[in-house]
Ligand binder design. Sequence first.
Ligand code: NAD
Length: 360
Amino acid sequence: MPKKIALLPGDGIGPEIMAEAVKVLEAVGKEFSREFTFQSLPIGGTAIDEFGDPLPPQTLQGLKESDAVLLAAVGGPKWDQNPGNLRPEAGLLRMRKELGVFANLRPVKAYEPLLHASTLKEEVLAEVDLLIVRELTGGIYFGDKSRKPHVSGEQATDTLVYTTEEIERIVRMAFVIARNRKKLLHSVDKANVLESSRLWRETVNQVAKDYPDVQCEHILVDNCAMQLIRNPRQFDVLVTENMFGDILSDEAAMLTGSIGMLPSASLGAQVGLYEPIHGSAPDIAGKGIANPLGIILSAAMMLRHSFGWEQEAAIIEQSVQEVLAKGARTADLAGPQDTKVSTSEMGDLIVQAIGCRIPS
Ligand code: NAD
């Protein structure tokens, strides 16, 4: 049976990078005799324009009927002034909740040929290989929000809610992942100030009893933000709540040289959702210069986590390493001396490295 993949190209650079991910998946399919069917569905700003809804019912239906979902990115200045429920990001949050993908895995790997592209020192970055496990369907992004009049103008409230159950399931997943890596887990919270973080920490300590072989450390989010830049090699797996994970993983992206390099997997009970961590990059949309490697590496994660195809995933990851080692650079990665390749040229190079003919 062909694997049914729902594609969500979204906005900005989304359609440009999605085309490269599909090219790469087709190449892998050819090489390993795997079949895919692709269904492209509207989401985000383009869906608001066409259907007045950032997550139209037919999109949600299509996602639920698929074997896995590959998303590029949503958002852009055109929709920035829309009311909350008519913003592209509202569709994204609703989709994560509807698919029940509570665990977001964000690997952060420093690629040796790109070390110079980071603003940080090469000796700090060498051999960084860590994984951020971010809670994705709870916390302040999903709590009640309100605005009311105030003597100074207005008062705005966002609510940060976590239950023991929500914390336990993500923490358990992180322990299992840590057990299969270096057996080191850092739990990130703000337990010195936030009640939700105190519940988080207590729950982590309870769950830790079931994983005595994993060394578990607690670290406050502000210290963690500093340590990620000071000495990132001290970390292997980090687990944290939604907003802290959002911010820390963007910070950690700089350890790889460009935000355009980072993939992610969002897992739950059923369909997995795979997406690069960057946004729709409206500043470079339509120029053909976006880096497609984040979404291509997300497609590799999809093959591994949704289909259990380790070899197929690894060949994509090795091809990315190889192409970078040979000097190919999109604009975001290029130094002054480098020749720049376009989005589609980078996709073609990965396809070539996989060992297939480039589909016409
Ligand atoms: P962004 O990640 O889109 O861009 C930040 C910077 O990184 C920009 O300079 C951009 O050009 C660059 N960049 C990002 N991806 C790149 C790539 N693949 N190749 C080369 N350069 C890349 O973040 P932003 O500017 O804060 O947000 C832009 C829009 O994207 C907003 O509407 C925001 O809400 C949305 N957004 C969406 C998602 C998502 O869909 N998951 C995530 C973050 C932001």
